[in-house]
Design a protein around this ligand. Structure first.
Ligand code: GAL
Length: 670
């Protein structure tokens, strides 16, 4: 059954928490929602304590009134199960459901998400309220989607209690087919006398005297992601039984260094993928982060997705919380649409008066409607209405970046050749020049179908299993262009080193063999010849020997002077590049330009400096988003029969003006 969102066009709204306000305020809420063009709000996210005052006793009267009011006002409800914040009474009855951190501290209730993901009492209580809610509102005319929980794992991705330990053992018994010897071999437990003779000897990777076992830690991360996924799936099942046709989502958080959940495993369990994205005050180019996030979410979704949360202005959880500058709210929201969002929502509708998030911005700020944010919110509503036809269109990438959560977890484990490698930074270093060049990219799993791509980049793929290895190298030998970053292919799915020389899995395809690694110290750099003038490498180097490949660049200083640093290999009917250091950003940009030009991957559009161009492709038209992040007004070429959707005007002379800070969305018939 295909469960799709019935709200037309680009959905618009935010988290709506009317239970935090006296009822007199609600009428004003919906009146202003209509004024802003809000079409869908997420309700009930943190309302458990009010819905179920005592175990098994419910009071749905308030929620009944909220949903009726929304329905009467023509606003759809994305109805949440409130399971991210169990009430105090639950923890008094079930203190064993409180989570234990890795240092053995039991956390207290008093905020949110303070439950153990493996707690049977929590699961039972969560499914009970989900079932009652599902049955009560399955046919409610306001309800268009289930918002299951909220940001799984945001605060409690790991619990180290004994219940979690037992659940971890069960998960391991399933994974290793009840074969303890298989686990011992996979974990390499002959090392340091770690051999297990009884499943009960296995505990979570709690703090220990020296470095813990890497595969133990890796399986633990996989278990923690799966433990939360199983809670999501259980709630979704209960809701499906009650309302088989309603779509379910849960909001991901793919950026913010959020490495807790393996979203490739999660995404297929969602009817509609949604994501939350927040800017970091310290990031001067947050437009790149938005694009990065949007491309990753669209790839997880395999098409359009919903932006479930972002902010109209400052958040409250950074050391200093920056407001948005003029036009930034609009650029941010439309940039998410450009990357495939079919819905734009905020945390939250009305700025809170009390509680831990009272200093967080909202669509309706503390200052009320006589405010810049409110004017921007109303204008955005009109913009999104003008973009209704964009819904359903999707990306056009010919280049893909490999992204894998196990590889992320593994490369950041302790006792690596270098403790300086950060997966997200390594990927962003390659994503950023592609973004600047206006190249469309998808993100892919190592074992994805790569047949629609000309170029596949693996900036950081420390861990890869045999299937991923065969898929990626087969892509190159079959005629594609593969580019691999240093310290990739080093280990298999159990974190065992692929012997015979580095970069293990990719040695043959790359036509190189490294016998020793020379990671660089913080601040250290080495000269490079063969690329841009005065180029340097930092972070990493290794003694690469050519085994069929040609050297494109080599080191001009340091112990590896004369050794290849970047190589290119003709492999089958394709090409495989190896980038064995981190070139300075300008050099990496020109190297990636060369690689993609050879691969025949072009920019979406050539645009003036500072103008981001993104394309969504629909059945009859392309939608070209032009976002001017620069200081000067610009003019971009478009097709002669194009229309600018935000203004509704036809375009004369084959070019469109985009003022500094402004956005144009151009429909080009195909
Ligand atoms: C999100 C969360 C929201 C709100 C928001 C504040 O992580 O889902 O409930 O806390 O952050 O930025």
């Amino acid at each position: 059954m295909s469960r799709v969102l019935s709200v037309p066009g680009i959905a618009y709204g935010g988290d709506y928490n009317p239970e935090q306000w006296p009822e007199e305020v609600w009428a004003e809420d919906v009146r202003l929602m209509r004024e802003a063009g809000v079409t869908m709000v997420s309700v009930n996210i943190f309302a458990w304590a009010l819905l179920e005052p005592r175990e098994g006793e419910y009071d749905f009267s308030r929620l009944d009134r909220i949903l009726a009011l929304l329905h009467d006002s023509g606003i759809a409800a994305d109805l949440a199960t409130p399971t991210a914040a169990p009430p105090a009474w639950f923890f008094r009855a079930h203190p064993e459901a409180l989570p234990v951190d890795k240092d053995g501290r039991t956390l207290s209730y008093g905020s949110r998400q303070t439950f153990c993901p493996s707690s049977p009492a929590y699961r039972e209580a969560a499914l009970r309220i989900a079932r009652v809610l599902g049955e009560r509102y399955a046919d409610h005319p306001a309800v268009v989607m289930w918002h299951v929980h909220n940001e799984y794992g945001c605060h409690n991705a790991e619990c180290h209690c004994d219940t979690s330990a037992a659940a971890f053992r069960d998960w391991l018994r399933t994974k290793y087919d009840d074969d303890l010897a298989a686990l011992n071999h996979a974990w390499g437990t002959t090392f340091w006398s770690q051999w297990y003779y009884d499943w009960d000897e296995i505990i979570p990777p709690r703090p220990t005297g020296a470095v813990p076992n890497p595969t133990h830690q890796l399986d633990w991360r996989r278990f923690c992601s799966d433990a939360l996924l199983s809670l999501y799936e259980a709630e979704r099942e209960v809701l499906r039984e009650a309302a088989p046709g309603l779509p379910a989502t849960t909001n991901f958080m793919v950026m913010h260094n959020f490495d807790k959940l393996d979203y490739w495993r999660w995404a297929p369990a969602l009817d509609i993928v949604s994501n939350d994205h927040y800017l970091r005050s310290t990031d001067p180019e947050s437009q790149i982060d938005i694009a990065f996030s949007g491309d990753l979410v669209r790839s997880l979704a395999g098409g359009p997705w919903l932006l479930m949360e972002h902010s109209t202005g400052a958040v409250n959880w950074q050391p200093v919380n920056r407001a948005k500058t003029a036009g930034e709210l609009r650029r941010n929201a439309l940039a998410h649409v450009a990357r495939g969002a079919d819905g734009i929502a905020y945390f939250q509708w009305r700025a809170a008066k009390a509680g831990a998030e009272q200093w967080h911005s909202a669509m309706l700020p503390h200052a009320g409607t006589d405010s810049q944010i409110w004017r921007d919110v109303v204008r955005l509503g009109a913009d999104l209405r003008a973009l209704a036809e964009v819904r359903g269109s999707t990306g056009t990438a010919e280049a893909a970046i490999v992204w894998d959560w196990s590889a992320w977890w593994a490369v950041e484990l302790p006792s690596q050749p270098s403790g300086e490698l950060r997966f997200q930074d390594l990927i962003r270093a390659w994503y950023e020049p592609l973004w600047r060049a206006g190249v469309a990219v998808d993100f892919v799993r190592p074992d994805a179908d790569l047949s629609s791509y000309k170029l596949v980049l693996a900036p950081s793929l420390y861990l890869v299993d045999d299937e991923g290895k065969a898929n990626l190298t087969g892509f190159a030998s079959g005629g594609g262009t593969l580019a691999v970053g240093f310290h990739s292919g080093a280990v298999d799915e159990n974190c065992h080193i692929r012997l015979g020389g580095y970069p293990g899995a990719f040695r043959e395809a790359l036509g190189v063999r490294t016998d020793e690694l020379f990671p660089l110290l913080p601040g250290e750099s080495v000269g490079l010849a063969g690329l841009d003038e005065n180029s340097t490498g930092t972070l990493w180097s290794e003694r690469v020997a050519l085994a069929g490949a040609e050297a494109v660049a080599s080191y001009t200083s340091g112990p590896l002077t004369g050794v290849p640093a970047v190589t290119r290999n003709a492999y089958g009917s394709g090409t495989a590049w190896y980038v064995a250091t981190r070139p300075d950003p300008t050099t990496l940009a020109s190297l990636l330009d060369r690689i993609r030009e050879e691969a025949g991957v072009e920019s979406v559009r050539t645009t003036p400096e500072g103008v981001e161009a993104v394309l969504r492709r629909g059945p009859d038209a392309d939608y070209l988003f032009l976002i001017n992040h620069g200081e000067v007004d610009a003019e971009a070429e478009v097709s002669a029969d194009a229309t600018e959707l935000l203004s509704g005007k036809g375009i004369e002379g084959g070019s469109v003006k985009v003022a500094s800070g402004d956005v144009a969305v151009v429909r080009e018939p195909r």
